[in-house]
Ligand binder design. Structure first.
Ligand SMILES: *Cc1c(COP(=O)(O)O)cnc(C)c1O
Length: 400
């Protein structure tokens, strides 16, 4: 295995673990694929030609660097200096494309001709279908049948882009079921196919690989904050967490800066103790889900519990192993926002700043209500995505 030059004491170790979380719990049949990735990802990602191709596409195709915007009216309301890191302005409308660009370049270098992916809100599916069209690669996306219904525009976007969308019809017919189907597909097609996972979940090296691709968010934040405030470090960084990729991207280069308070916001659904939520750190216990050891929402006898969130992208019963570790070590503070709090916060941001956020992202905005700030505090909220895809949910919710 390639030696890991960790930039943080919270980074993955050489065996693929974050403390007791992580690892690669996979069926025998997947060993060749996952081992090939483990052995080659760091070497490929550090090649000069790879770095150049990745940076060039992020700039010219995705539109990076994304702005860091001082939200004046939001700042006035909460009595602090609130900046928004505008991942919603990325091509395809969210941070997910940072990772899919990286993984498609990696897949090409591994000589893989086909791509599979899973998707919840449809954002990762669209981001994957997009980079497959960009590079002329065949693409199959698994999506829960329920999610296909609540995210119809994204299903059609994927089809327009030339991808095949396959419904996952087991269990709750949402993200975790789509992930199961995609893993099954990979087991049956190990040689010519690369599986693009959309968050910091899955067997090692996916969580580390995805975190590195998303770390461009905090890399830019440091430069942009230094320019606008004179200091690289804010007082707080706030991000919503499904699997945790936008959050770790926003936290990555600050993990060892212990004076920066890192806040992750989970989906409280209808209330953390309502039986209908996706607040994994509050309700989860140690377990294995989708190839890694992490915190998982499960029953006494280890059955995975069906999660609930109004946002498809946060509707997941697990959390990336790095976040489980950051939760247990206390480095990151975890809060939660309910469906209702998130919807109100989404409308608040729309009214105060003219930005309609993704409902996932609205959970991070909602956390402002639960915090106390000093007037000099500098806060960065990672605005992970835009709300276009959620229009139907906003309309159904009303209240505006
Ligand atoms: C997918 C998605 C999320 C949740 O995924 P993470 O891996 O936790 O970032 C959050 N926000 C938006 C806009 C998304 O599309």
């Amino acid at each position: 295995m390639t030696k890991i030059d960790s930039i943080s004491k919270y980074a993955v170790d050489s065996k693929g673990y974050y403390g007791k979380f992580g690892g690669a719990y996979i069926p025998e049949m997947l060993h060749p694929n996952v081992e090939e990735l483990q052995q080659r990802y760091l070497q490929i990602m550090s090649e000069k030609s790879f770095v150049n191709d990745f940076k060039k596409l992020l700039k010219d195709y995705v539109g990076r660097p994304t702005p860091l915007y001082l939200a004046q009216r939001l700042s006035e309301k909460f009595g602090a200096n609130i900046y928004l890191k505008r991942e919603d302005l990325c091509h395809t409308g969210a941070h997910k494309i940072n990772n899919t660009i990286g993984q498609i370049l990696l897949a090409k270098r591994l000589g893989k001709a086909k791509i599979i992916a899973e998707t919840g809100a449809g954002q990762h599916g669209v981001a994957t279908a997009t980079v497959c069209a960009l590079t002329g690669v065949e693409c199959i996306v698994y999506m829960g049948k329920v999610d296909m219904e609540r995210q119809k525009p994204n299903v059609e976007r994927m089809r327009i882009l030339g991808a095949e969308v396959r419904p996952a019809t087991s269990g709750s017919q949402t993200l975790k079921d789509a992930t199961n189907e995609a893993l099954r597909h990979w087991i049956n097609n190990p040689w010519d196919t690369h599986y693009i996972i959309g968050s910091v979940v899955g067997p090692h090296p996916y969580p580390d690989m995805v975190a590195r691709f998303q770390s461009v968010i905090s890399e830019e934040m440091k430069l942009q904050l230094a320019e606008s405030t004179g200091e690289e470090n804010p007082d707080y960084i706030i991000a919503c967490v499904g699997g945790g990729s936008n959050a770790i991207g926003a936290f990555y280069h600050y993990l060892d800066e212990e004076n920066v308070q890192l806040i992750a916001v989970e989906a409280g659904g209808e209330g953390v103790s309502s039986g209908r939520s996706a607040a994994t750190t509050q309700l989860g216990k140690e377990g294995v889900l989708h190839g890694s050891r992490s915190l998982v929402m499960q029953t006494q006898d280890g059955q995975v519990v069906e999660p609930h969130s109004i946002s498809a992208g946060l509707d997941y019963p697990g959390i990336g192993p790095i976040h489980a570790h950051l939760f247990e070590t206390g480095r990151v503070k975890f809060l939660s926002a309910t469906d209702e709090e998130a919807m109100k916060a989404g409308i608040l941001l729309s009214r105060l700043e003219g930005i309609i956020p993704a409902i996932e992202t609205a959970h991070a905005i909602a956390a402002l209500d639960q915090m106390k700030f000093n007037t000099n505090d500098v806060i960065v909220i990672n605005l992970s995505g835009r709300g276009d895809k959620d229009l139907e949910t906003y309309i159904k919710w009303g209240g505006y």
